[in-house]
Design a protein around this ligand. Sequence first.
Ligand code: SF4
Length: 250
Amino acid sequence: MTSSGRLPDAPVRVSSVQRFSLHDGPGIRTTVFLQGCPLRCPWCANPETQDCRGGKEMHVAEIMATVLRDADYYRNSGGGVTFSGGEPLLQPRALTALLRECKAAGLHAAVETCGEVPKEDLLAAEPYTDLFLFDIKHCVPAELRNVCKGNLEGILENLRALSASGKVIARIPCIPGFNLDEQTMKGIFDLAVSMGVKEAHLLPYHTYARDKYTQLGRNYDWPGESVRKDALEPFAAMGREAGLTVRIGG
Ligand code: SF4
């Protein structure tokens, strides 16, 4: 039984629903990957989610029925539900409906966002969200634009507006050849602190998604090998020095 009585009729475009996930927020979680992303990071681990026309159609009630199957696991582990993608806020009405349902069911709800979304959609989702995992990929606008097709100024405006809620953890993908150097990482940490962020997670670059690109008939052209977690320790220390609580891994 859902809470709100009236759920949106329009289907949600979903890439996949992953149960027993351990990397998208605290505890045991179900991660719902929504379809569509405004960015094009060349190392994207979920390239199948980028196209907003892809995925399958599911209704809010159907997604909630799947999510609620593991409610006991969430409660026992301090977990919950994470909405990811792609960019879940590209389907703002559906996302907010899902978040409301989670709240009504007493489930912890997290949203992973690249931040490149209309501010009003982000703020409309905020009251129903317990945690935002907010990407900060770079500190130089031209780099983010050239490599990921992102607009850093707009993203930071959203981050500033959201961080006052105290619900934001910054996620920094650590990508050799893009941001994994002292100057850039220091710039990212300083930026996060100046935006009111208190905690950051460093995500080591990996190449596990290579096969997905082949299946999609695309080339995976980002050079370099996966980064080991311990190679990020010096950067974690740098982030702590900047005033952040820092963890390596998601
Ligand atoms: S923001 Fe995330 S989902 Fe979108 S292209 Fe970049 S890595 Fe992929």
